[in-house]
Design a protein. Structure first.
Lengths: 181, 142
């Protein structure tokens, strides 16, 4: 893949992906109009559900851009953030609402400013623990299931964070023989 | 406050969303299709009753067909009512809320391919381990 192709995919990849999704949807609409309308309604419902979260995330990113410079991010979420960084990432994940993909732009923004990848992993992992949804979880799975799932998720968010950070840091082994040789 | 700084912060925050917006809409469209096209009863037929195989099946299905946690709780609750083992339900639920294969295109585009693949792989393996731990812990206290 040459540089131009890479640049093209990076710039227009999202639109290509959306185009493919729309084509799938059009196909569905052609073969089964009722199903297509149901999907469209579901799409609208999900979009409506995430709209408030989207606004909150845009505001978060705005305030981060305005008040948090790389030095501050490094202090809270950088390599030397220690237990404070983990606690903030875990609490942030638990307290954040809406779907996880809404938070990717904010996390990537923070990573560019010095956030550890492990803390981004912990944040995303803990999004599985949703405080407003705890009553529902209790209703379906009972007290002990809910308690243990919450505790193990918090512990494993740290383990996963460390594991992913180590894996990202791994370098590809150097080739001993190159093709030219 | 410096108005230039405010304008720049606003522009940057909008830009960070502008690039991810088409992928975000595509993922929501796919989620809408999967939630409508695949009935929850479909999931119930895939479990075997084998206590070793079911958590792997649960985690695999949870990874692929991830949606919002509420839907996962409802499907998981239905599984339990249908007699699916607690370890399989826990693996399904854990993978449902932590892996998200369907959301991977947007995650890769924003967070990077390496980060996304390693995170998803770690979450998948953890889903199986945590499910076993949950099942053991629940059976120990009840």
């Amino acid at each position: 893949m040459n540089g131009n192709t890479k640049h093209y995919i990076k710039t227009y990849g999202g639109w290509l992906f959306l185009g493919c999704c729309v084509l799938i949807y059009i196909g569905l609409m052609v073969f089964d109009t009722n199903l297509g309308i149901q999907v469209l309604k579901k799409f609208g419902a999900i979009l409506w559900e995430i709209l408030p979260v989207m606004i909150i995330v845009v505001l978060f990113v705005f305030f981060f851009n305005l008040f948090l410079d790389p030095k501050k991010i490094s202090k809270f979420f950088g390599k030397k953030s220690g237990a404070k960084g983990w606690t903030l990432a875990i609490l942030g994940g638990i307290l954040s609402s809406g779907p996880g993909y809404m938070w990717y732009p904010m996390l990537e923004d923070m990573r560019k400013r010095g956030m550890r990848p492990s803390l981004a992993v912990a944040f995303l992992y803990n999004r599985g623990v949703q405080i407003p949804l705890l009553p529902m979880m209790l209703f379906y799975f009972g007290f002990w299931f809910t308690i243990f799932m919450t505790i193990y998720m918090t512990i494993f968010s740290v383990i996963n964070g460390f594991a992913v950070e180590k894996l990202i840091a791994l370098k590809k082994p150097k080739k001993i023989f190159s093709r030219k040789n | 406050m410096d108005s230039k700084k405010v304008k720049k912060a606003f522009k940057d925050s909008i830009l960070s969303f502008q690039t991810s917006m088409p992928i975000l809409i595509g993922v929501i469209l796919l989620l809408g299709i999967s939630e409508v096209v695949i009935p929850s009863s479909y999931y119930q037929n895939v479990f075997t009753g084998n206590s070793l195989l079911d958590p792997i099946i649960g985690a695999t299905f949870g990874s692929w067909f991830a949606g919002n946690p509420i839907t996962g709780y409802i499907i998981g609750g239905e599984f339990l009512n249908q007699g699916v083992s607690i370890v399989a339900v826990a693996a399904f639920l854990m993978a449902w809320v932590t892996v998200g294969v369907m959301q991977m295109p947007i995650e890769m585009a924003i967070m990077g391919r390496k980060f996304t693949l390693y995170r998803a792989a770690a979450a998948y393996i953890s889903a199986i381990i945590v499910a076993i731990l949950i099942a053991l812990s629940v059976s120990a206290v009840t």
